[in-house]
Design a protein around this ligand. Structure first.
Ligand code: GDP
Length: 484
């Protein structure tokens, strides 16, 4: 632990480096001086490797940043994700939508964890991505893969807003995407829609029928009620937001999931975000690469030659399965693709530092402020917080204290506040949104702790509220002492 602190490298990274050297240890282990020296050398080496990797990837960032001529842009289907509490009907809603649409054949052919389908409605399409939960949704964002344009928040009318619904709301808000509410299971007898509408209002999601901004569609995945209206609402939002892409450039996008299918090779499910992907293209995706051998429609399983913007596709031809959230790019040269992939794979296996980025913390906030790392010059710098507390009363008291802050340059933004321990979802959200996690009389669970460690996410714990406000004041004024 003291080695990690002295070197400012997360404990998990140090332990992994040690494991790579055949040293099994825990954070309390004592290190001989020689061993510490060896680990330092090892980590140093990895840092250098990381730099080489960055150079290789310059080519990729050039591709990413290549601006599209406005004349080349065409409308693309919106990419929509379902979020919500477990059992509120995410899977059933998507099943129903596919049911409307399945013309023939078996869907997919891949073990279904993340589903992605393009659904046609009178000649206009919507692409649905169904992730297993909001952790997966935010994890993609943490990896730079913002696949979602619109979030559909599924709420069962009989249950109303539940803890995971609250988390989903925070995650969707942090992603900055429009939210549509599917008030599901409306077919159940005796459900009180108004109760849910008022809960929504309490969560700053005022329904449009009550004069707010949020469209609430009453749906039933059983009777099909509201399904047309849901699709229409999504298409209307898409029209308003004018999602566009350039089908004439080389494709880029995101891998949703992938698996090795025995002798048949690697099957990867991708979403094209821009450009057109074609059979025969050379693709580099995370630490792997390949030439596109075949593509199939995720819904019908039928072969396709070309996949344009917002199209989900099953792809064969990659050398090994990439990870969920890995970005893909089309290159002109297979040798180059092989090199980039090999470099990445090398960096990944040699080091665990690839995940390390400098995250915002109370201690480095001033530095980041001055270095212009947080926000633009003409707007207030945002300090993002995720707050977890033991009881509701503490949350209210914290809110009250935080609302008293009025600083010309700094805005405190609470991405998520709720009762309970610090979870993996909190750590993922903090990592994707550059937030600091604050816990009041609560602790992180093991998964949350290790992810936070790995990603350099700061978790600060307090027992009294004025300590937090003191720290924030001190932090903003740049006189905060490092945490003990
Ligand atoms: P998920 O966990 O959010 O994906 O929820 P599921 O789609 O698995 O649905 C959970 C349960 O609720 C299942 O038993 C569904 O049959 C049921 N369910 C889903 N949607 C509706 C609906 O609109 N009406 C009724 N009555 N039941 C529904």
């Amino acid at each position: 632990r003291s080695f990690s602190e002295a070197a400012s490298i997360p404990v998990a990274t140090v332990l992994r480096a040690m494991m790579g050297m055949g040293i099994m240890a825990n954070i309390n282990a004592e290190l001989a001086f020689e061993t510490a020296e060896l680990i330092a050398t090892e980590l140093d080496l990895q840092l250098m490797l990381k730099e080489t990797e960055t150079l290789e990837d310059e080519l990729i960032s050039d591709i990413e940043e290549q601006e599209d001529d406005p004349d080349s842009l065409v409308t693309r289907p919106p990419i929509v994700t379902f979020l919500g509490h477990v059992d509120h009907g995410k899977t059933s809603l998507l099943d129903y939508l596919i049911g409307i649409n399945v013309v023939s054949g078996e869907a997919g052919g891949i073990t279904q964890h993340i589903r992605a389908y393009e659904i046609d409605k009178d000649g206009r399409s919507v692409t649905f991505v169904d992730t297993p939960g909001h952790e997966a949704f935010t994890e993609m964002r943490a990896r730079g893969a913002n696949v979602t344009d619109i979030a559909v928040l599924v709420i069962a009318a009989d249950d109303g807003i539940m803890p995971q619904t609250e988390e989903a709301i925070s995650h969707a808000k942090a992603a900055g995407v429009p939210i549509v509410v599917a008030l599901n299971k409306i077919d159940l007898e005796g459900v009180d829609a108004n109760r849910v509408l008022s809960q929504l209002t309490e969560h700053q999601l005022t329904p449009s029928e009550w004069g707010g901004e949020v469209e609430v569609v009453r749906t039933s995945a059983i009777s099909g009620e509201g399904m047309d209206e849901l699709l229409e609402t999504l298409l209307t939002i898409a029209e308003l937001n004018e999602y566009k892409a350039n089908p004439d450039r080389k494709a880029l996008g995101v891998c949703l999931e992938a698996e090795q299918q025995g002798d048949r090779g690697v099957l990867a499910k991708l979403v094209v975000q821009n450009g057109t992907l074609s059979v025969g293209d050379v693709v580099v995706c995370g630490p792997t690469y390949g030439r596109v051998r075949a593509m199939t429609n995720t819904l019908t399983g039928k072969p396709v030659e070309h996949a344009g913007p917002s199209t989900p596709i099953n792809l064969m031809g990659l050398e090994s399965p990439p990870g969920a959230g890995d970005r893909f790019h089309v290159l002109s040269d297979i040798t180059q693709a092989r090199e980039i992939a090999a470099n990445r794979a090398d960096a990944e296996s040699r080091s665990s530092l690839s995940g390390v980025t400098t995250k915002v913390s109370f201690e480095n906030f001033q530095e980041m402020l001055q270095g212009g790392r947080l926000g633009r010059q003409d707007e207030k710098v945002k300090l993002n917080l995720i707050i977890r507390a033991d009881v509701k009363g503490s949350l209210e008291a914290i809110d009250k204290e935080l609302s008293k802050f009025d600083h010309p340059e700094v805005e405190i933004r609470v991405l998520q506040r709720s009762v309970g321990g610090i979870t993996l979802a909190d750590a993922t959200l903090a990592s994707a949104s550059d937030a600091v996690i604050v816990g009041f009389n609560v602790i992180p669970d093991e998964q949350a702790r290790s992810l936070a460690d790995e990603r350099n996410v700061q978790i600060r714990r307090y027992e009294v509220i004025y300590k937090l406000t003191d720290d924030i004041k001190a932090m903003i004024e740049g006189r905060l002492k490092p945490e003990e």
